[in-house]
Design a protein around this ligand. Structure first.
Ligand SMILES: [Zn+2]
Length: 340
């Protein structure tokens, strides 16, 4: 059988992504073979493509995958089951796993990173990472969930305890994580201020649940945040821009507030004045993709219609480089998907 995939042979610009035949993937013991219906495009794919994160080459990207089981080596799954793959497979035995910190497992495998991912017609995955997709959730919607929604959930619910009475600033609110964060924070009862960089995204961010949307190209974000919070600032800033917004993000933070960073899309190196920071008892937390347990809660909420991913645009596998260009140019609102 000829199987097509998008292969990364060398690091570089979007054009290095090559659509071609690959060897038929065979599931090992404890794994299943999944026919890919949709794969999410994530910022981490760009970081791997450009060599910021090194992987074993040649490589197939794709951390988020949903599809149908073609064959399975375990009885829990059978041909035709609709599933979404949770990307991480922690070892369950190391010190971090045994203390419940699965994100920090040193022996964890990750789809699209330590093993070939979903930019393909077929993918193998550990059966333990397959999550059934409820009938009322499409496979496209399911593929939009794992990375973005568990990242937002872990940062906001698990790390910072966002809930009623709290105010949250979501930086990069039009990104996949940003939309997920706006929805999750507003579902939790918090008040969300969403920051976007284009006028056409303003309305969409309100639809995602923001109570105030600030277009950073038209208004001063710190000023708007202070106006909206009676000069106090927000309890939590979800940051992902990195150097581009770091100092302003801290200025938006209330005394005792927490900045949680999940990315660095515009610059890795930041500097800030530490004096007001410690005087205000503030915190900075690093965070990333959450756990499979968190993902189960998310998919349940999606099934109940409480959360719903925004699909920005669907590209064919052949157009993977176009999809990357759209993500890198920030032309999207919500999730970019690839379909075989
Ligand atoms: Zn472990």
């Amino acid at each position: 059988m000829v199987v097509k995939a998008v292969v990364l042979e060398r690091y570089g610009p979007p054009e290095v992504l090559e659509y071609r035949d690959v060897v038929d993937p065979v599931p090992a013991e404890g794994e299943a073979l999944v026919k890919v219906a949709a794969a999410g495009v994530n910022r981490v794919d760009v970081w791997i493509r450009t060599g910021k994160y090194q992987v074993k080459l040649p490589h197939v990207l794709g951390v988020d995958v949903a599809g149908e089981v073609l064959s399975s080596t375990v009885p829990q799954f059978k041909r035709g089951d609709r599933v979404v793959v949770f990307p991480d497979m922690p070892c369950g035995r190391c010190k971090q796993c045994l203390t419940g910190r699965f994100m920090l497992c040193r022996n964890s495998s990750r789809l699209g990173s330590t093993r070939w991912g979903g930019y393909a017609e077929l993918v193998t995955a550990p059966a333990a990472t397959l999550v059934p997709v409820p009938g009322d959730v499409s496979l496209e919607e399911a593929a939009a969930l794992p990375v973005n929604y568990t990242t937002a959930w872990h940062a906001l619910i698990t790390d910072t305890g966002v809930g009623p009475g709290m105010r949250v600033l979501v930086v990069g609110a039009s990104s996949g994580v940003g939309v997920a964060a706006t929805q999750i924070a507003s579902l939790s009862g918090a008040e969300v201020i969403a920051m976007v960089g284009d006028e056409w995204k303003v309305e969409k961010a309100y639809k995602a649940g923001a109570s105030l949307v600030v277009n950073r190209t038209k208004k001063d974000v710190v000023e708007e945040v202070m106006k909206a919070t009676d000069g106090e600032g927000v309890d939590v800033v979800l940051e992902m821009a990195g150097a581009a917004f770091w100092e302003k993000a801290l200025q938006c933070l209330a005394p005792g507030g927490t900045l949680v960073t999940v990315g660095a899309t515009v610059g890795d190196q930041v500097s800030f004045n530490v004096r007001p920071f410690f005087r205000k008892y503030q915190k900075i937390i690093g965070s990333g993709v959450g756990t499979q347990a968190e993902f189960l809660k998310i998919i349940d909420l999606v099934s109940k219609g409480r959360l719903r991913p925004f699909i920005d645009k669907v590209f064919s596998l052949k157009e993977a480089s176009e999809a990357h260009k759209r993500l890198e140019a920030g032309e999207h609102f919500g999730k970019i998907l690839l379909k075989p």
